[in-house]
Structures are given as structure tokens and as C-alpha cells.
Ligand binder design. Structure first.
Ligand code: NDP
Ligand code: MG
Length: 391
């Protein structure tokens, strides 16, 4: 039996990961989650701890952690809290693999802690690579551990690269659903409310990634994630809008052969692949019915209505701390939008400006990355509060 440290166990990816673990019971890829970590969802973490009996549980929020400690006195469970607790969980000595599915830049330090402890990391937390890609990839190389992508597009590319010569890959074709506002002109996006943006056509996900999908910032973050994971420059990554979310991404090779990975839109498939790689086991994800689908469609992205994609690609081209600033600003802008402080189109406006304000500097230390993130976040949150007063 293998062991797993699962960060973000109460979220959309975390809950689906536990579903996959139930399915893998009794196979050669049976996993026992030895640590479960989340932010503050005491009820759900307690339920998970009672079912899976991990050695430790972490709640980032200290009061919530104390509550969990009180409720689980009958269990043999160590309860930790704060960033130290999260990093300890990520580097848990008894875990063979760490799956990071927390949302946001808060996942960076735990990812580094896992890699530094020599743990392979299954990574759903894309913000980790966006802000600290340089540090993360360098740590993985130095410690000779693998990063296994969980994000569906990156899992697809990872699968399309297997059995081929990486240096002969010419272009990554990153598919995007286009989100709930595909085809809308810019003017119509002005009045979009949080509840409209939270209704994604194909995927059920956490609030932050759902809003990122609606602005297409998610695809911008994924271009950066792909660039780090697969060592390709922004000029070699093409975003393709594909409404059906069946083709999860593709690789174009030197001979113009294009290899794609297809499946129903179900995150349990890429999650399971990261856990059983290189094996493929029966999955709870449904079978793809090509005849029921009939047709698949592909479009170029509308960069005018959805400027976040261009902002992210520009930050990747600038390099250094620009991606960390854009990511931090985006996290603050999405939170402000969800609180009703700013409008939908204010997200790209604020994120673009925050990115441009970031001075050119290398992302060569954790401190530099955290500071760029903090500065962009603070600036964006202040602008959002000012706008809220005027609204
Ligand atoms: P959710 O919002 O559903 O869940 C987030 C998880 O992170 C929760 O368990 C939450 O705990 C935990 N968390 C948040 N902040 C902290 C913190 N400070 N310390 C510890 N835990 C924390 O997000 P998703 O599952 O949708 O997404 C997770 C990551 O995976 C994101 O980076 C996202 O971009 C990526 N991803 C998601 C996909 C999806 O289909 N959902 C697809 C591809 C990538 P609590 O519940 O206590 O708040
Ligand atoms: Mg994705």
C-alpha cells in the first residue's frame, strides 16, 4: 500500500481525490492518506478523518484546528495548524507522494517543502508554478523528484508526450472551454454578476478557478504552468477554444502529427492518472461516447473580450517577478469581485495594471516572490476598496 499527503482535501479536487482512493482500494495502487489538510472546514475534515484515519490533519486556521482537536479526542490524530503545519504535512515522513490541491499562492511553500523532502508532488495547485515556477522546477531537479500534473490540460500533454521524443514536440495546443461567456462581446460583460460567472458550463470547481475560467485568466495561468512543466516558451503554446471539453489538450510534433488526449470532462481521470502513473486502471470517469457527441468544435480565443489571457502571456514573456505579481493581483481581484466590490471587467483592468507596476527583477528567491505577490495583492485590494466606495 502507498501513502499520500493530501493538501486541500475538503475542496473540489480534494474530495474527488478521496473518491478515486475509494475506487483504488484493493488494487496494486491502493493509497492510504496519512495526512489531510485544509483551511477551516472543520466538519468536512472531521468526517474525512473518521473515514480515512490519517496520522495527522491540518487546518490552516488556528481556531478551526483547535475545534478539530477537541472534536477528535477519541482518534489517534495529530492536529496541526498554520503555514508550519501545512509545510510539515507536505513533507510528511510517512507519505510516498504529496498531492497539492489547495487553492492559490498559499500552496507555494508546501510544494517547495515536499520537494525539498524528496517527495514527488502531484500538482493541482497551478498558482504554485505561476508565481514560483523557477524555484519549484529548480528544487525538483536538484532533489531529483517528479512533478505529476493533475490539471486536466497538463495531464493530457503529459500523456501526449509519453512514448515520443520531447525535443521533437513543436507546439502545445492547450484547450479551453471558453467559459460561460463564450461569444459575448466586451460590452455585455460589463454587467456580469458573481452568480453568472460562478455557473461554468462543463466543470464543477472551486469558486476561484470558476471565476478564472470565466475571465480566461485560468487559461493564462495554465499557459504559464505548461511553460514551466514542459519547458516550452510562450510562442510555442497555442490556446484553442474547444467548447465541449472533450479534447483535454494536444501536442504538435515536428512532422505535423498532432497527438491529443480525449475523455469526458471529469477530473477524476487526471487525478487517478497522477496516482497510478504509468499504469491505467478502471476509473469512475464515464466512458466517452463519440456517436452521442457527433462533432467537436475549435475556435481562436477572443483576446479583446477576455484580456486576462494576453496579460498572463505578456507576464510570462517578461518573466522574473511579473507572473507572481499578476497572480497575486488576480487572487485579490477575484476575491473583490466575489465580495461585490468591483465589476467583472475591473478584474483584467486591475490585474493588467498591477502586472505593469511590477519592476523587472528575477524570481530567484522565495522572499522576492512572496514580496512581489504581497505588493500586487495589497495594491489591488486597495484599488478595489476605492472602487467599491464609488460604485
Ligand atoms: P476549492 O476552492 O474547491 O478547494 C480549495 C481547497 O484548498 C480547500 O480544501 C480549502 O480548505 C483549501 N485551502 C484554501 N486555503 C488554504 C490554506 N491557507 N491552507 C490550507 N488549505 C487551504 O478549489 P479547487 O479544488 O477547485 O482547486 C484547487 C486547486 O486545483 C486550484 O489551484 C485550482 O486552480 C486547481 N484546479 C482545480 C480544478 C477543478 O476542477 N476544481 C481543475 C484543475 C485545477 P477549506 O475547505 O477549509 O477552505
Ligand atoms: Mg485546467
Amino acid at each position: 500500500m502507498k501513502t499520500l499527503s493530501l493538501l486541500g482535501s475538503t475542496g473540489s479536487i480534494g474530495v474527488q481525490t478521496l473518491e478515486v482512493l475509494r475506487v483504488l482500494r484493493g488494487t496494486e495502487h491502493e493509497y492510504r492518506p496519512v495526512v489531510l489538510a485544509a483551511h477551516s472546514n472543520v466538519e468536512r475534515l472531521e468526517r474525512q478523518a473518521r473515514e480515512f484515519r490519517p496520522q495527522a490533519a491540518v487546518l490552516f486556521d488556528r481556531a478551526a484546528a483547535q475545534d478539530l482537536r477537541d472534536r477528535t479526542r477519541d482518534l489517534d490524530l495529530t492536529v496541526l495548524s498554520g503555514m508550519e503545519g501545512l509545510c510539515e504535512a507536505a513533507a510528511w515522513p510517512g507519505a510516498d507522494l504529496t498531492l497539492n490541491a489547495v487553492v492559490g499562492m498559499v500552496g507555494l511553500r508546501p510544494t517547495l517543502a515536499a520537494l525539498e523532502a524528496g517527495k514527488p508532488v502531484a500538482l493541482a495547485n497551478k498558482e504554485t508554478l505561476v508565481a514560483g515556477g523557477n524555484l519549484v522546477m529548480e528544487s525538483a531537479r536538484r532533489n531529483q523528484v517528479e512533478i505529476l500534473p493533475v490539471d486536466s490540460e497538463h495531464s493530457a500533454i503529459f500523456q501526449c508526450l509519453r512514448g515520443n521524443t520531447k525535443s521533437q514536440a513543436r507546439q502545445l495546443l492547450l484547450t479551453a472551454s471558453g467559459g460561460p461567456f463564450f461569444g459575448w462581446p466586451r460590452e455585455r460583460l460589463e454587467a456580469v454578476a458573481p452568480e453568472d460567472a460562478l455557473a461554468h458550463p462543463n466543470w464543477t470547481m472551486g469558486a476561484k478557478v470558476t471565476i478564472d475560467s470565466a475571465t480566461m485568466m485560468n487559461k493564462g495561468l495554465e499557459v504559464m504552468e505548461a511553460s514551466w512543466l514542459f519547458g516550452m516558451g510562450p510562442e510555442d503554446i497555442q490556446v484553442v477554444v474547444h467548447r465541449e471539453s472533450i479534447v483535454h489538450s494536444m501536442v504538435r510534433y515536428a512532422d505535423n502529427g498532432v497527438i491529443a488526449q480525449l475523455g469526458t470532462p471529469d477530473m477524476r481521470l487526471p487525478i487517478q492518472y497522477a496516482l497510478t502513473y504509468p499504469d491505467r486502471l478502471p476509473s469512475p470517469a464515464g466512458e466517452l461516447d463519440l456517436f452521442a457527441l457527433g462533432k467537436l468544435s475549435f475556435y481562436p480565443p477572443d483576446q479583446e473580450a477576455f484580456p486576462c489571457l494576453g496579460i498572463a502571456v505578456e507576464a510570462l514573456k517578461r518573466g522574473g517577478l511579473a507572473p507572481a505579481a499578476v497572480n497575486g493581483a488576480n487572487e485579490a481581484a477575484v476575491a473583490a469581485f466575489l465580495r461585490g466590490e468591483i465589476g467583472f471587467l475591473d478584474i483584467p483592468a486591475l490585474v493588467g495594471e498591477a502586472g505593469a507596476r511590477q519592476p523587472q527583477a528575477p524570481a530567484d528567491s522565495l522572499e522576492a516572490v512572496l514580496e512581489a505577490d504581497r505588493a500586487a495583492r495589497t495594491w489591488t485590494a486597495e484599488r478595489a476598496r476605492e472602487q467599491a466606495k464609488r460604485r
